[in-house]
Design a protein around this ligand. Structure first.
Ligand SMILES: Cc1cc2nc3c(=O)[nH]c(=O)nc-3n(C[C@H](O)[C@H](O)[C@H](O)COP(=O)(O)O)c2cc1C
Length: 305
C-alpha cells in the first residue's frame, strides 16, 4: 500500500460538504474560548450525543480537554467573518462578539442558525485530534440560512444556482477562470497586458470559442471548481470560477503562468479584476475562499445570498 499523502487526503475529505460551527467554552480562568470547526457531527438522539474533533496543536486544546461543558454554535451565512476570526491565531476573539450563557455557561453566540449546549461526556484520543463527545442539555434553532463549507471554501448553493441562471438566460455574459497550476496562476497576454482567461461561456473541449475549448486548444485542461465572483461591470454580467488546471508542458503562445506571490495587482487596468486578484492572493494564504457578489464597484464577499 502506498503512503497516504496528508495534503491529498485533506482534498478528498474536503469534498464532503459541511456546515461551519464555532465551539465555545469557558476556561479555568473564567475567559471565554472558542475555535471554528467543521468536524462537528451528531452521534446519537437518545441519549442526545454529538462530537467535534479538536487538533492536538490547537491553542485552546487545554481549555477544551479540561472543560466540563462546551457549546456548538452553528453559523448562519452572515457569519463568515466570525468563522474566519475564530480560525485565526491569537487576538481577543471575543472583543466584538455578543454572547450569552444558557444552561452550562458555555458561550452561546448571537445570530447563529442553531446552538447546542452540551456537558462533556467523554474525551477520546484519536490520532492528531481529540474527540470531544458532548451530551446536549439545551438547544435552539431558527430559519437563518446556514454557512456551508466544501473543498476549502465557503459555499452557497443559492448563489451558484443564481449565477448559472444568469449565464443561461443572458447573452451579456463573460465567464472567466482563476486557474491555479502548481501554485501559479494562468494569464493570457493581450498586447503588453495580462488578463485572466475568459470567454462568453464555459463550454466544452469541443467548442473552440468557449473558455474550456480555448484553453484545451492551448494544451490546458481546466475544470471549473467553485464560483468565485459574480458582478455586473455596467454592460456585462461577469462570472469568475476558480479551479485547478492541468497542463502538459509550459504554456506557449498567449498564455503564461505567474507565481501567486509575484502577482502585481496594480498592473491590471481592470480595477474589478485587480481587486478580485488581491482577494484571491489574500485568501489563498489561509486556503479559505469566499464569493464576491455585487457590481464592479460595490459588493460584498458572501458565503451565500
Ligand atoms: C471551516 C473551518 C473548519 C475547521 N475545522 C476544524 C476542526 O474541526 N477542528 C480543529 O481542531 N480545527 C478546525 N479548524 C481550524 C481552527 O479553527 C484553527 O486552527 C483555530 O485557529 C484554532 O484555534 P486555537 O489554536 O486558538 O485553538 C477549522 C478551520 C476552518 C476555517
Amino acid at each position: 500500500m502506498s503512503k497516504i499523502d496528508p495534503r491529498e487526503l485533506r482534498r478528498s475529505l474536503g469534498t464532503f460538504a459541511t456546515g461551519v460551527t464555532i465551539i465555545t467554552t469557558i476556561d479555568v480562568t473564567g475567559e471565554p474560548r472558542g475555535f471554528t470547526a467543521n468536524s462537528f457531527t451528531s452521534v446519537s438522539l437518545d441519549p442526545p450525543l454529538v462530537l467535534v474533533c479538536i487538533a492536538k496543536e490547537a491553542g485552546s486544546l487545554d481549555a477544551f480537554e479540561t472543560a466540563q461543558s462546551y457549546a456548538v454554535n452553528i453559523l448562519s451565512e452572515k457569519q463568515r467573518d466570525l468563522s474566519t476570526l475564530f480560525a485565526s491565531r491569537g487576538e481577543n476573539r471575543y472583543a466584538d462578539v455578543n454572547w450569552t450563557k444558557k444552561s452550562t455557561g458555555s458561550p452561546i453566540l448571537n445570530g447563529t442558525a442553531a446552538w447546542l449546549d452540551c456537558t462533556m461526556e467523554q474525551t477520546i484520543d484519536a490520532g492528531d485530534h481529540i474527540i470531544l463527545m458532548g451530551k446536549v442539555v439545551a438547544h435552539e434553532h431558527n430559519a437563518e440560512p446556514i454557512l456551508g463549507y466544501c473543498r476549502g471554501a465557503y459555499v452557497s448553493l443559492g448563489l451558484a444556482q443564481q449565477a448559472m441562471e444568469i449565464a443561461e438566460q443572458d447573452s451579456r455574459v463573460r465567464v472567466g477562470g482563476i486557474i491555479e497550476i502548481d501554485g501559479q496562476l494562468l494569464f493570457k497576454r493581450v498586447g503588453n497586458q495580462l488578463q485572466l482567461p475568459g470567454a462568453s461561456r464555459v463550454g466544452t473541449v469541443d467548442e473552440p470559442r468557449s473558455l474550456i475549448g480555448e484553453l484545451h486548444l492551448n494544451g490546458i485542461n481546466f475544470k471549473p471548481g467553485s464560483l468565485y465572483s459574480v458582478y455586473d461591470d455596467g454592460s456585462t454580467h461577469v462570472i469568475y470560477y476558480r479551479g485547478e488546471g492541468i497542463i502538459q508542458s509550459a504554456p506557449t503562445g498567449d498564455y503564461c503562468l505567474q507565481s501567486i506571490q509575484k502577482i502585481d495587482v496594480t498592473s491590471f487596468s481592470d480595477k474589478a479584476v485587480a481587486s478580485m486578484l488581491g482577494r484571491y492572493i489574500e485568501e489563498s494564504h489561509a486556503d479559505v475562499f469566499g464569493i464576491y457578489v455585487g457590481n464592479h464597484k460595490n459588493g460584498a464577499v458572501h458565503a451565500s445570498k
